[in-house]
Design a protein around this ligand. Sequence first.
Ligand code: CA
Length: 229
Amino acid sequence: MSKILIVEDEESIADLEKDYLELSGFGVTVKNTGNEGLDAAMNNEFDLIILDLMLPGVDGFDICRQVRNVKNTPIIMVSAKKDDIDKIRGLGLGADDYITKPFSPSELVARVKAHLARYERLTSSGRAENEIIEIRGLKIDRTARRVWVNSEEKQFTTKEFDLLTFLASNPNHVYSKDELFRNIWDMESVGDIATVTVHIKKIREKIEVDSSNPQYIETIWGVGYRFKI
Ligand code: CA
């Protein structure tokens, strides 16, 4: 259940907003002064804040500014005067939306839902993590296509990267040069299985301390290669 904070000094308005939002399935907390509202916003995790502009104590401008310094929680600012909305916009406080009184509760609920959905999309895409393979001192970021050996970044060509990643993603599996060639190079590629040997050599020069005694990619004589784990 999404949690919403309402900061509103007019209790009848706060109650109306609360009732409609609760009917729509939200958890609602109401604070009637600026100080209490700011305290609640800073010390709790809400999914959205509905913030009245004119409040006793700290006003909505200040609350918005202070919350925005540390949190990305969507904020809908509420004002009795249309002029204030222009002022809020002009200040660039980082509010996500503005609504003037009087407004219909259903309009408020619709906007709340829209902002929650947008915020959910933003945070879930931001949370997507890169796909990382880490084996001893070797770190491969498949998403960013970057490779580090003992924290030092190394540059790989496209095919070197593809070949290394393919082997490292399938450790302890022996592949013949032919299989590797078919997996990494497409049908139109010019080359043959000797290309694989050349690429393995180049990869080893970058990831191995001693290429003649490889710790990552082993040669299985007469068969092919295996990524050792
Ligand atoms: Ca007010």
